[in-house]
Write a protein that binds this ligand. Structure first.
Ligand SMILES: [Zn+2]
Length: 163
């Protein structure tokens, strides 16, 4: 993805108030390898169950969302698969990340959720820059197709937050 500035990120957040977005602590971006990312995401340093994700949504619109991670007790009994990159994880390797919908639909607390790599490292799994915890699944998709799959899943997730 194209490199982002902290201002880009603050302006992109669709489900946070402007004042909270302004006060948000954003990690240093100088060493980020943007070329190898389909989205930029980080975990809140003060609240490990809160994360932020920024990506290009449909029509190249930059869109950022605040996410809440929950691990339900049922998730500790089975392996699970990431809804973005399809990497299989052992118990606890994914979490349910929920985003408040944007605009007035979000005001009553309506959320959209997806099971996602708890490490937020989907882009690295797709490019095999880090090893999948349970090995690569036997699948016929090559690297470009795995990257395309993340983008398709991301666009779908972000579209649901907007509408
Ligand atoms: Zn993933």
């Amino acid at each position: 993805m194209k490199p982002l500035t902290r201002d880009d990120i603050r302006r992109s957040l669709v489900n946070m108030s402007k004042s909270r977005a302004k006060a948000l602590t954003i990690p240093a971006l100088d060493d980020v390898e943007w070329d190898g990312l389909d989205f930029y995401a980080w975990v809140d340093g003060r609240d490990l169950n809160r994360a932020y994700l920024v990506a290009r949504a449909a029509e190249d619109r930059l869109m950022g969302v605040e996410l809440r991670a929950t691990i339900r007790s049922a998730d500790f009994r089975r392996k699970s698969i990431c809804g973005f990159c399809a990497t299989a994880h052992p118990v606890g390797g994914t979490a349910l990340f929920s985003s408040l919908k944007s605009g007035k639909e979000g005001r009553p607390g309506n959320t959209v959720g997806i099971y996602m790599c708890r490490s937020l490292a989907c882009s690295l799994y797709a490019r095999e820059k880090i090893q999948a915890p349970m090995g690569q699944m036997h699948e016929t998709l090559d690297r470009d197709d795995r990257i395309a799959r993340i983008r398709t899943n991301l666009e779908g997730f972000l579209a649901k937050i907007l509408h």
